[in-house]
Design a binder for this molecule. Structure first.
Ligand code: F6R
Length: 246
């Protein structure tokens, strides 16, 4: 793992955005693995800014999103499809026909077949996968437990995830209880991974990645230790909080 301690969250976002922009400049038809959530918003804003400045075009890029709430209509403001439109797709020249965010309302088996088609149907792996980490240690929506799941599947969200995501809803009761998600093997097949870790709430998950050498289904994020090319962008405040020294 390449671990970079950045000055602050903004600097982490700048570095993550730069990795995507450089990739697409060098490889216009790159396949991008995308995440949603609060951490990623600024990264997309910065990528869109580079597009507006004429630095990069996304019109040949392909994207696959990590997850979508099960039962959530695509046009609902809280869907991850709406999130992607708002923060990234509608701000750039990306061809939405080349984007995949699971449909939350489709029959499960049908949608999982589409998810696998988006991941593997073109015979290409994701060039660069963006990740955040959940308070629970999840990546995508792969929640901790006795075991993890390799492929795309429907996952039940843990109470801590529902609580953390309640900020995007009127009440915690409105947070969907399940989500479609890439599995752990899907994530680990990406050529490169970048994960942005920020905020005190992520301290335990960050420790599980950086402060010991264990890999455990209790901390899905710890499986990133198995991957050959992971960049961890950790801001100074969180590094200090967990006592991590470069
Ligand atoms: C989102 C995703 C999740 C989030 C994680 C952190 O597509 O897969 O793993 O990255 O829950 O969310 P935030 O950034 O809101 O703290």
């Amino acid at each position: 793992m390449k671990i970079t301690i950045t000055e602050n969250y903004e600097a982490s976002c700048q570095q993550a955005a730069k990795m995507f922009v450089e990739l697409v400049k060098n490889k216009p038809d790159a396949k991008l693995g995308l995440a949603t959530g609060g951490t990623a918003e600024r990264i997309y804003e910065l990528m869109a800014k580079d597009y507006e400045a004429g630095e990069v075009k996304f019109n040949k890029a392909k994207t696959v999103n990590l997850d979508e709430y099960r039962g959530m209509p695509a046009d609902s403001p809280q869907s991850y499809r709406s999130y992607m439109d708002h923060w990234f797709f509608d701000r750039t020249d990306i061809d939405k026909a080349n984007t995949y965010v699971a449909s939350g309302t489709a029959p499960v088996e049908e949608e999982l077949a589409k998810f696998n088609e988006a991941l593997y149907g073109d015979g290409k792996y994701i060039d660069l996968q963006l990740l955040g980490v959940g308070v629970s240690g999840h990546i995508g929506f792969n929640e901790p437990g006795d075991f993890l799941t390799a492929g795309a599947h429907v996952e039940a969200l843990l109470p801590s995830t529902i609580e953390a995501n309640a900020r995007f809803f009127d009440s915690p009761d409105d947070v969907p209880r399940e989500a479609f998600t890439m599995g752990m093997a899907d994530i680990l097949k990406a050529e490169r991974i970048v994960i942005v870790m920020s905020g005190d709430a992520k301290a335990d998950a960050t420790k599980a990645l950086l402060m010991d050498d264990k890999i455990s289904a209790k901390w899905p994020v710890s499986f990133l230790k198995l991957h050959r090319d992971v960049t961890v962008l950790l801001d100074k405040a969180l590094a200090d909080k967990i006592g991590y020294k470069a």
